[in-house]
Structure formats: C-alpha cells, structure tokens
Design a protein around this ligand. Structure first.
Ligand code: HEC
Length: 133
C-alpha cells in the first residue's frame, strides 16, 4: 500500500530546508544594473568609477571619500552603508540622498557598490596591513 503521508513529510522537509534560501533571496533588494547608472551619474565623481575613492572631484575635497574596496567599508553591513547614503555623514561632503533618490534607487546603488566591493564580515577581525590609498 502506498503511504502518501510519507511523501508529504519529505516535501515539507525540502520546503523547510529551502525556506531560508527563498526568504533570504527576497531580503536582498536592489537592482545593480540601475544602480550602476545612478552610481556613474551621482557618485563616481567622488568615489571613483570603481568605488576606490579617487574620482576627479576629490581634488576639491578636504574629507576624502570612502574607498569601498577598503576592509573598513567592506566589513560594514548593508544597513550601515544605507544609513550613510540616506542621511549622509556629518562634517563631510557626503550629504544624504533621501531627497534626490527614492528608497528603491538607494538600494539599487548600494547593490551595485556591493558588486564592486562585496561584503566581507571578517575583514575587521583579520585586518591586513594598510596599503597606500
Ligand atoms: C561630493 C563627493 C561625494 C559624492 C558625490 C558622494 N559621496 Fe559618498 N562619501 C563621500 C565622502 C567624503 C565620504 C566619507 C565620509 C566620512 O568618512 O566622513 C563618503 C562616504 C560614503 C559612504 C560610507 C562608506 C563607509 O565605509 O562608511 C557610502 C556608502 C557612500 N559615500 C555612498 C555614496 C553614494 C551611493 C553616492 C551617490 C549616490 C555618493 N556616496 C556620493 C563623498 C561623496
């Protein structure tokens, strides 16, 4: 005799195992293609095309832009970076973008930054010797 309830148990098991993947993939908002367009237009002059903090406008700045590829920036969470993008950083030319970019656009640009410089949570725990720049 067939036992459909065993099948059911198996499928529930698969669903439970896959759940974090399904939900986590939805928890990463932002469209990096659109983010690149926005980044090149609004951010690259300071942060540099590759996010290394050496765009052409840096010659006019007292406070230098963050290098997103630095371990310091890479170890920051999306939430931390999103806060700076939204509200800006005090006493710096990095103003908040909440009035010029929608929340969706700010996520797009953050997603693109994370492609240039992927999140690395252990960067702070194992600091490498600082290289110039
Ligand atoms: C006028 C130059 C300038 C422009 C334009 C600019 N930034 Fe910045 N940004 C800075 C500076 C300077 C800092 C460093 C602030 C500090 O350390 O006090 C910074 C810091 C940041 C940080 C924090 C990095 C970290 O490691 O804490 C993020 C994220 C960021 N900028 C994203 C953006 C995005 C996204 C845009 C475009 C929408 C943008 N910036 C446009 C100058 C700029």
């Amino acid at each position: 005799m067939r036992q459909p309830h065993k099948c059911l148990g198996f499928f529930s098991f698969i669903l439970i195992m896959a759940w974090p993947i399904l939900t986590l993939s939805q928890a990463v908002p932002g469209n990096p293609q659109n983010g690149k367009i926005l980044f090149d237009k609004h951010c690259a002059n300071c942060h540099g095309e590759k996010g290394t903090g050496d765009g052409p406008d840096t010659q006019f700045l007292l406070v230098q832009p963050a290098n997103f590829l630095s371990l310091e920036s890479r170890s920051k969470t999306d939430w931390e970076l999103m806060n700076v993008i939204t509200y800006g950083a005090v006493f710096s030319p990095m103003h908040g973008w909440s009035e010029r970019l929608t929340e969706e656009e700010r996520w797009d640009v953050l997603r693109y930054i994370r492609i240039l410089a992927p999140f690395n949570p252990i960067a702070q725990l194992h600091p490498l010797p600082k290289t110039s720049g």
